[in-house]
Design a protein around this ligand. Sequence first.
Ligand SMILES: [Cu+2]
Length: 316
Amino acid sequence: MNSWFKIKLGLGALVTRGALVSRLAVVSVVSALVAIVGFSSPVLAAEGLATDWQLGLSKSVTPIMDQIVEFHNLLFILITVITIFVLALLIYVIIRFNEKANPVPSKTTHSTSLEFAWTVVPILILLAISIPSWRLLSAQYDFPKADVTIKAIGNQWNWDYEYSDHEGISFTSIMKTDDELEAGEPRLLSTDNVVVVPVNKVIHVLITADPAGVIHNWTVPSFGVKADAVPGRVVRTWFKARQTGTYYGQCSELCGKDHAFMPIQVKVVTVKEYEKWLQWANEEYASNDSIDDDVRVAKKPEADVKEVTTLTGIAK
Ligand SMILES: [Cu+2]
């Protein structure tokens, strides 16, 4: 008995028609379960940050993120239907057209109507996807009038923030090390200085990066905000959070060895609390000279060196 025949026999025993069909059935049941859990994921998602075993996107607190979640769910339905349809076709072919069930195969090679259908149907699906996609894209770039404008400057490896409407408020936001964390603060996401914004107000974020540095990306998933911070360019994005709370994000552009250690922490507070914070911040950050007034984005804050030392244990 040659080896090929042996393999064929072995495979035949392993993959009998019944076994294959039941395996495919298991796959489709698992896909269906994932689909169901995927849809209920907003309930599972914690506020403001990702959690262990979380499925789906972060909890949405802005109109843009609402649209992103809707779009994601639409794609999820489409992709599930397409996957199940293809799976059903495969199962049908396996059962109906195997050698035993169909010993004399058809010689058909062309079917105009079938070819027309499998060209037109995907076009229609793509069109159906493109409409909400364009709508979302235009909403992201349709800036409502700003109530508060913040400038975020990506450094290697932390963020500088300037409150453009308030001369004195600018600070550097550095990740807290493990021993600096207070109870309940998430590791690798909490920062020493926090961005504070008022609830239900339009916040414009001007994003750039240290001209002597590299590209970073300012991202807060719950706001549906993600924009590259490019040296020498200013990119603008906006959000309007409807719920108070603390929201976290991370630099989302591979920017170097401490890319994972430049988180973004944004606290959304009531308008009253925001005004109070502004007064506090005006005094607190008034003497802050870590950011040079003339070439604010050019200077590397000294605190960065301390950060690197504590993170890696290597003194610079
Ligand atoms: Cu970065």
